[in-house]
Design a protein around this ligand. Sequence first.
Ligand code: ADP
Ligand code: F6P
Length: 477
Amino acid sequence: MGRLIVVSNRVPVPDRNGNPPAGGLAVAVHAALQSDGGIWMGWSGETTEGEPGPPTVRQEGNISYVLSDLSQTDVDEYYNGFANRVLWPIFHLRLDLAEYARREMAGYFRVNRLFAERLVPMIQPDDVIWVHDYHLIPLADELRKRGVTNRIGFFLHIPWPPADIMFAMPIYDTILRSLASYDLIGFQTDYDLENFIGCLRREGCGDQIRGPDGGDIAVGNNTGAGSWIRACGRDFAAAAFPIGIDTARFASLAARVTARGQVRDMRRSLEGRALIIGVDRLDYSKGIAQRIDAYERFLQNNPDDRERVTMLQVAPKSRSDVPEYRAMQDAIATQCGQVNGRHGTINWVPIRYVNRSLSRAILAGLYREARVGLVTPLRDGMNLVAKEFVAAQDPEDPGVLVLSRFAGAARELAGGAVFCNPYDTDQTASAIAQALSMPLAERQERWQRMMGRLLDYDITHWCRDFMTALRQGTDRA
Ligand code: ADP
Ligand code: F6P
């Protein structure tokens, strides 16, 4: 079997002892790379004043990490610019926040060309290439132009928008058509797959689109089954592969840390109050402002519950060079301060706001302490926090997940989570009240349903399914 080559914007480089970072994706993909040997290539995270030099290569066992520095102009145009000011807002349905600039678009394609040029000399005939996320959509096209015929797969970690939104993006057709250069395209949910196929159809470039049974495409709960597509002169497959977490490992981490220092101190500091937790990168797609509004509405509607609950919002800074993200930092801090000013007492702070990253162990312990997990994105490809919250619960006394119906995870966690529409402040406030007052038997029953799914379809399963489909290729087309 050929090697695996993974390409992503960020590369989870192992520590000095060769251990990959603790995130589920990093662990699972490292395991796949380690078994067949391979390369993980991407941006080093470093910027240079002038033109970047050659990539650095670090060998760890079977795996070579190939890391490219980028110039400040590259980062501004490719990462802060087109990826995070055009693709990210548009794919999250925020046309109002998209700032399109031709120069940045050119920078996006330039960095994709740079990655392709660096990759081509390393590719061997049997290698399989797996590209991740919206930063690198045109990469396969650039590789094909340079004569690469290997199987290339792409997984989109964020949502794919409906045609009406997608088509508002200048050069949407170049982005859409460039995807036909892949052999397999993976989406988080079948809604994303359906939107993608809708775009191909509306664009008139889906010459032939068939479902897994050979009939017209079936969009249902067809995880991993997929569609076979002939478009833009190529055959390729597209399917939903909802990403999982390292469920069993995360659950055991959460169980281990509850008695430890910081988690134990936090529990004591609650003085018996029920903890409501939110954990997100500081990103407008996460619905943090709407969530705080809903929590305030809950306090207003349920005066007896005041001083009996505490909300902890953990939200590390993210993409701070992008103006919309910078603006959010002040806005959320101000909002938390206002709620605390309006409702706090000399003995009680309604919201604790932590504006930084925490270790995975502490996060796991905090999830387990919480009676309610508030995961209320306005739009999210999957949302791993929702899955981590569930995995971290104590089976004897589990907390309740309040989940936005607009998170990709909503498909898998239906029947367990209490759903909310984050745009509806009253409804989200009622969902918080329902979660807080839910009887133990119902909490256990809901949790078991969710946990069963998360154990069955964990990150290793996800990685294996995608790799199997990619290695099989389009033989069935
Ligand atoms: P996104 O990929 O958009 O950031 P996800 O919810 O899918 O959203 O994944 C976020 C990941 O980042 C999760 O694994 C979560 O545990 C981690 N994370 C989020 N906030 C923090 C934080 N404050 N400290 C450490 N890790 C965090
Ligand atoms: O999950 C979407 C995603 O954009 C990942 O590709 C990325 O690693 C993560 O969110 C965090 O974003 P960033 O790499 O821009 O900090």
